[in-house]
Each structure stands twice: as structure tokens, then as C-alpha cells.
Design a binder for this molecule. Structure first.
Ligand SMILES: NC(=O)c1ccc[n+]([C@@H]2O[C@H](COP(=O)([O-])OP(=O)(O)OC[C@H]3O[C@@H](n4cnc5c(N)ncnc54)[C@H](OP(=O)(O)O)[C@@H]3O)[C@@H](O)[C@H]2O)c1
Length: 449
């Protein structure tokens, strides 16, 4: 039974196809009618964003078709289910040792579905496989990899001429100048709910004059689970508490980033890179859970403020990016119920307790390699926090320390190698700082514990 599974025909994308697509204007493809079925590559298919993208794609076969899925290999069973469900032609698994488990799971699922001869997707193992997936010819590539490691994939997809639906904000944070050089107008579409909201409030975004008349962009923020914590309570937060986000179910890194507000800091840098406004014109405001329906706003110089609202559900911004500049398919999620009473509240961010925003503006204003340092130092500190080695508040202290010791490489000298070297330097420096200067976490215990 197992042997009857044969790889689907078709090689990895020929170079000729890649070059042809890269020379086509993006707009000529993405502005096509709603009747077009868009071919989609999903990087990070088994993650939080990736899995929801698979749901969106599978629910709208008349609009989307998954052609390639990519994941690390930690969850071969889920990846096999997704491959069978979507009929993807190729599957990339970065950990080559997971290919066997994927193949076995795919075979078992195909048998259970009564289709034992279902062709096995073309397997793309290792980092070369991920790169092949990123450059695969498609209409839209969704980059839902976590961390700055997603940058090469973003650059490869841009070079291949795909519309890039970017969930992996760290790409833009670490390599903003590289992406700005590689992307053609309209080629990059944000997936983050805040940036998706802003994009939808900018009628000129799809046509190359995105911020005409704009005074300020306002990113909303749930404030995370510790919005009302005192400084002392913040110092005693545990990893389990930090992983319990009030609004969104996300991967561990982005969940902790939401709790420290580093995520909002990354989003401010992301907004600057996407919408090209100065940092003094991009701000964040807390719109607390359980409201979380105003996803962000664009304030115009004429006095209008446009906001995009919807229940908090990532499937909508994912579908918006996959369909952009068309509207997504109907019924991706149910809209807000406007027949009942609603109260929306907004409050400023307390940057004394949550310094991540100040640090992000500082890193962003320094420019060049500094945002990559902000991101890499944070990732190291989050890993140490999740391992129980440092207190919650040491995460932003580590970012500040590493940023202070960094001599930025300017925008025009930034290359992928320089970003990688900066990333490695910042991680090393963060680890050293964490080993030598960071106190052990404070854990308050109840009497008798
Ligand atoms: N989650 C959200 O609601 C949300 C919202 C907005 C933006 N984002 C952004 O979206 C990105 C993804 O977040 P997430 O929460 O979906 O992350 P996640 O749940 O941790 O998922 C990460 C995905 O990437 C895969 N992956 C990890 N390392 C890989 C590698 N070296 N090669 C290939 N695949 C690899 C994982 O595969 P395995 O399962 O095999 O490890 C998994 O499929 C982040 O940049 C985040 O900031 C997330």
C-alpha cells in the first residue's frame, strides 16, 4: 500500500519560469477578476497563521488553491492532513528527518480516506526545499514563518515575482531596506490585522500612492494579559501566564511578544517600512480585550479618521491578503453585530511599564541594522524567559542593553549577509548579558506552597 504512493509529476520550478514571472508586473496578475482561482504557497502551514490559511483556502476552492505547503517538520501528521485536504503538489519540510514520518502519515490518511493511490506530493526537504517552496511559481505566497529566519524566503518570493502576503513581520523589521529594494509597488501585502486594517483605510494603497492625505496611523493593541499589572507584578509573571493571550491563539514567540508589547514595537517598525511615514506619525493605542474589534486606524489631515472593524479572527486578514486587492470571499467570518449596544474604549500605553514601544521607535529611528538587533535580542530573551531562566521584565532590559552596544550598519550598506551577521551578533550579546547580568525570575508562592 505504502509503495503505491508515487510522487506527483513535475519538477521544482524551472529557472526559465521563475524569470518569466519575475518580469511580469504584479498588478497585472493581482488585479485580475474575482473569478480567478489564485494559486497559493503557504510557508509555515502547520502554525497558527498557516493552519488558519489552510482553512480559508479549503473553504473557498473557487478563489484559492494551495500548490505548495512548507513547515519545519515538528508536526508531520498535521502537515500530511493539510497536504491531503488541499491537494498540494509539493511539500517542503526543513527537517529532512521528518520526511519519513510525513510520508507514512500521508499514506495512512490516504488509505483511511479510501484513496490509497493518492499521489504523494513532491517532497522538498531541507533548507533548499524551503527555498524552492519560496520561489515556486504562484499567484500569492503567504510567509507565515516565525522570526527573522523568514527573511530569505520573503526575498526569494519577491524575486520570483509572487504577490507576498506577509505575516512574518520580522522579515520587514530585520531586513526592511532589503525588502524595499526587492519589492515592486503593490507586491507586498500585510497579514497582521493592524496593517491589514490600515491598508484597507488607504484607498490609494493598491495604486501606488498609499498615504496621500494621511496625518497619522494609529495601531490598536489589546494591551496583552498584563495591561493592568504593576511593575512588581510584571517581574513575577510566569511563562504559562504569558502564553495565555486574551484575544488571539498564536505561536509561543508572538504570544510572549504580545504580552511584553514587543509585538506592537515590531508592528510600529513594520508600519514604518510598509507605509513610509515617519515614526512621529505612527502611534499605538490600547483598545482592550474583550473589545478588540477596531483593528487600526488612519487619521487624515482633513479631520477624518478611518477605522476597520471586525471580530478578532485572523482568518479575515489572512483572506484579505490572499484576495487583495479584491475583497475576500463572503462569510470568511461573521461581522460585528451592530444591532446590540457596544462600548469601545481606548487608552494610552504606559511606556514606563511597557518600554518595548520606546525601544522600537529608538531602534527604528536609528535604522539600518538596529531593528534587526531589537528583534534578535528579543528572540533570545524570550527563549530564556520561556525556559524559566529570566524574569519577564528582563526581556525588554536585554533588548535595551544589546541595542546600546550596537553600532548600526546604515540602510544603504545593509545586505542579507550583514543582517545575518547582525542577528548572530545580537543573539550572542544577548546570551552573554542574560548569563552574566540577569537575575533569576521572582516567583511569588502562596503560604504552604
Ligand atoms: N499567530 C498570529 O495570530 C499572528 C498574527 C499576525 C502575525 N503573525 C506572525 O506570523 C508569523 C507566524 O506566527 P505563528 O503564530 O503562526 O507561528 P507558529 O504558530 O509558531 O508557526 C510557525 C510555523 O512555521 C514553521 N516553521 C518554523 N521554523 C521553520 C523552518 N525553519 N522551516 C520551515 N518552517 C518552519 C512551523 O513548522 P513546525 O510546526 O514544523 O515547527 C509552523 O508551521 C510570525 O512572524 C508572527 O509574528 C502571527
Amino acid at each position: 500500500m505504502y509503495e503505491s504512493l508515487t510522487p506527483a509529476p513535475g519538477p521544482v520550478m524551472p529557472e526559465r519560469v521563475r524569470r518569466n514571472r519575475a518580469s511580469q508586473p504584479v498588478a497585472s496578475r493581482v488585479l485580475g477578476g474575482n473569478s480567478e482561482v489564485r494559486s497559493v504557497v503557504v510557508l509555515g502551514a502547520t502554525g497558527s497563521v498557516g493552519s488558519q490559511a489552510i482553512d480559508v483556502i479549503a473553504a473557498s476552492p473557487s478563489r484559492f488553491r494551495a500548490v505548495v505547503l512548507a513547515a519545519g517538520g515538528a508536526n508531520p501528521g498535521l502537515l500530511a492532513r493539510q497536504a491531503l485536504r488541499t491537494g498540494a503538489r509539493a511539500v517542503a519540510v526543513t527537517d529532512p528527518s521528518a520526511v519519513e514520518a510525513f510520508t507514512a502519515a500521508f499514506a495512512a490518511l490516504a488509505r483511511a480516506a479510501g484513496t490509497p493511490r493518492h499521489p504523494l506530493p513532491v517532497m522538498l526537504p531541507g533548507t533548499e526545499g524551503l527555498s524552492a517552496a519560496a520561489g515556486w511559481p504562484c499567484d500569492v505566497l503567504l510567509n507565515a514563518l516565525p522570526g527573522a529566519a523568514g527573511l530569505p524566503a520573503t526575498l526569494t518570493a519577491l524575486e520570483a515575482g509572487s504577490l507576498v502576503a506577509l505575516a512574518n513581520k520580522e522579515s520587514l523589521v530585520a531586513g526592511g531596506p532589503l525588502i524595499a529594494r526587492a519589492a515592486r509597488p503593490g507586491q507586498l501585502v500585510p497579514v497582521d490585522s493592524e496593517h491589514s486594517a490600515i491598508m484597507q483605510c488607504l484607498p490609494g494603497w493598491a495604486y501606488g500612492c498609499p498615504t496621500h492625505g494621511i496625518q497619522r496611523l494609529i495601531l490598536t493593541c489589546s494591551g496583552g494579559p498584563f495591561r493592568t499589572h504593576t511593575a512588581e507584578q510584571l517581574a513575577a509573571v510566569t511563562p504559562a501566564q504569558a502564553l495565555d493571550h486574551p484575544t488571539w491563539r498564536m505561536g509561543p514567540l508572538v504570544t510572549v511578544n504580545s504580552a511584553t508589547l514587543v509585538n506592537k514595537g515590531l508592528e510600529i517598525i513594520e508600519a514604518q517600512a510598509l507605509f513610509a511615514l515617519g515614526y512621529d506619525r505612527i502611534t499605538a493605542v490600547i483598545h482592550p480585550h474583550p473589545q478588540s474589534v477596531v483593528h487600526s486606524m488612519a487619521e487624515y489631515a482633513d479631520g477624518s479618521t478611518l477605522a476597520q472593524t471586525a471580530p478578532p479572527d485572523m482568518r479575515l486578514p489572512i483572506a484579505t491578503a490572499l484576495a487583495w486587492p479584491q475583497r475576500p470571499p463572503p462569510s470568511v467570518i461573521a461581522p460585528c453585530d451592530w444591532t446590540g449596544s457596544h462600548t469601545w474604549t481606548f487608552e494610552p500605553v504606559d511606556t514606563d511599564r511597557f518600554p518595548a514601544l520606546v525601544l522600537a521607535r529608538h531602534a527604528g529611528s536609528l535604522g539600518g541594522s538596529s531593528p534587526a538587533v531589537y528583534n534578535a535580542a528579543n528572540e533570545e530573551a524570550v527563549a530564556a524567559f520561556l525556559a524559566g531562566a529570566i524574569p519577564f521584565t528582563a526581556i525588554t532590559q536585554t533588548i535595551e542593553h544589546v541595542l546600546t552596544h550596537h553600532v548600526p550598519i546604515p540602510d544603504h550598506d545593509l545586505t542579507l549577509e550583514a543582517v545575518n551577521a547582525t542577528d548572530a551578533w545580537a543573539r550572542h550579546h544577548a546570551r552573554e548579558h542574560l548569563h552574566t547580568a540577569t537575575p533569576a525570575p521572582v516567583r511569588h508562592t502562596r503560604k504552604g506552597d
